[in-house]
Design a protein around this ligand. Structure first.
Ligand SMILES: NC(=O)c1ccc[n+]([C@@H]2O[C@H](COP(=O)([O-])OP(=O)(O)OC[C@H]3O[C@@H](n4cnc5c(N)ncnc54)[C@H](OP(=O)(O)O)[C@@H]3O)[C@@H](O)[C@H]2O)c1
Length: 430
């Protein structure tokens, strides 16, 4: 690579504008560490006149990012728009075809098109780097690709979404309900003001699970149908009852190999307050890797926000400037295989089941009899009557049962007039 490196930043939102400022202020340090001078040659966003956190040089601003490929000679392009398709995909493809290195924090794009884009990067002998797409500032992808390169990883899991972890922690701390705490998260900039759905429903964490699986197990990005649940149905009541049982609710992303098959999932879990993962609170993320011979490795840090995300984007840049031309997924695309998926029906957990019922004789036995019919054995029952309204909350902790069994059994309860709503199910982390 030549000594003066031309850079383009596409997207000047929360991440792009912070990165722009970091690149400008760290030019000297980057040169000292890599021997390369950097020059921000082009920037692009939708609105040229929007007020931004840092002032931009308008003479290098492009309203249409595609124009940059015609007018400028770019060496490294940062895609910071964030779409899974559309303009983000077009920009990345065009850059790679033009032998431009690409760096992106866009997990939606990588989880959906990462395999094809990796092939394109390999064909054109340039890098496609996406460290910032998983767990913000935690250098988890590089750790798997390089630091743990010869380990056989069996499982990677953790808290991969800071928004949901903040909401769950804050509900416990403040005793406030989901909607109140979501508003707080939006005011603090931890949740998107307009549409926080993709964080709350588990989609964001799931994209990260797919990327982690591909890197950890040297496989193609899976397209399997998986169990994906978010935290929208977690009630303050569940958090309080869990607390009394010495448990905490956490949204976990899990990827593991079971009997040579790939199992990926995102769902709320009850974890013991005495465990490491049970004490990762607020906006923190944590990723735990289990492998041989390394054993268990834990990485924790801030999982989102412009500062941590830029830290990862810059580490990708320095890797490129130092001349590390690598396969995007650590292994040639030709050598990455697809793995068959583990049958979700056979996923087995102890369950927390909360029933809201009419406080009538026979309702508890109706529930336990139905559970027994499906061979779901009960470990613990907590019944809290609401005498004034003649209602009651019944919480049952079960022994381990399969996903299929649980779902067949629970559907039946929806039809009973004394069971006031579909029971809440939270899996206990094994
Ligand atoms: N925010 C975080 O904490 C975080 C953490 C990790 C990863 N990420 C990832 O980083 C990426 C960017 O996130 P963000 O929070 O910075 O998003 P954002 O604040 O919504 O910014 C998106 C930017 O893209 C620009 N844009 C949209 N359409 C465009 C087009 N057709 N041509 C040129 N520019 C266009 C917007 O322009 P205008 O400004 O003119 O509207 C805006 O500057 C996403 O992939 C996200 O998943 C974000």
């Amino acid at each position: 690579m030549k000594n003066l490196v031309n850079i383009a930043i596409i997207g000047l939102g929360q991440i792009g504008i912070y990165l722009y400022n970091e690149l400008r202020s760290k030019k000297k340090e980057i040169e000292r560490k890599t021997g390369k001078k950097i020059n921000i040659a082009a920037i692009s966003a939708r609105n040229r006149n929007k007020k931004r956190r840092f002032q931009i040089q308008k003479n290098i601003f492009f309203k249409k990012p595609i124009q940059i490929f015609r007018d400028k000679k770019i060496d490294v392009l940062f895609e910071c728009i964030g779409q899974s398709d559309g303009i983000s995909k077009k920009i990345v493809e065009t850059a790679l075809k033009n032998k431009i290195h690409v760096i992106t924090p866009n997990k939606a794009l990588i989880a959906k098109h990462g395999d094809r884009l990796a092939k394109l990067a390999e064909k054109n002998n340039v890098n496609l780097e996406f460290e910032a797409s998983v767990a913000g500032g935690i250098p988890i992808l590089r750790t798997i690709k390089e630091g743990l390169a010869t380990n056989k990883i069996d499982k990677v899991y953790g808290i991969l979404n800071g928004t949901t972890n903040y909401i769950l922690s804050e509900m416990e701390n403040s005793n406030e309900n989901f909607n109140k705490v979501l508003q707080k998260a939006q005011q603090l900039g931890y949740a998107e003001p307009g549409n926080p759905k993709l964080d709350l429903n588990g989609f964001d964490a799931f994209a990260k699970v797919r990327i982690l699986s591909a890197l950890s197990f040297n496989t193609k990005i899976s397209k399997h149908k998986c169990i994906m649940q978010g935290i929208e149905n977690i009630d303050l009541k569940d958090i309080k009852i869990a607390g009394q049982l010495g448990l905490r609710v956490k949204l976990l992303g899990i990827s593991q190999i079971i009997n040579n098959r790939l199992f990926e999932t995102v769902h709320p879990c009850l974890v013991s307050k005495n465990t490491y993962i049970g004490n990762v609170n607020g906006v923190m993320n944590a990723v735990i890797i289990e492998g041989k011979p390394i054993g268990e490795s834990v990485l924790q840090g801030e999982g989102a926000g412009p500062g941590p995300t830029s830290s990862s984007l810059l580490s990708d840049l320095l890797s490129i400037l130092r001349g590390n031309i690598k396969y995007p997924f650590g292994l040639s695309s030709k050598k990455r295989k697809s793995l068959k998926s583990f049958n979700n029906d056979n996923y087995t957990n102890s369950l927390y089941l909360r029933f809201e019922v009419n406080d009538k004789q026979g309702v508890l036995s109706l529930i336990t009899n139905r559970l027994a019919k499906y061979k779901i054995s009960v470990k613990r029952i907590i019944q809290t009557p609401d005498k004034k309204n003649k209602k009651a909350t019944i919480v049952i902790i079960t022994h381990k049962t399969s996903e299929k069994n649980a779902s067949n059994c629970l559907t039946i309860f929806r039809k009973n007039k004394n069971i006031l709503r579909a029971p809440t199910l939270i899996r206990l982390y094994n």
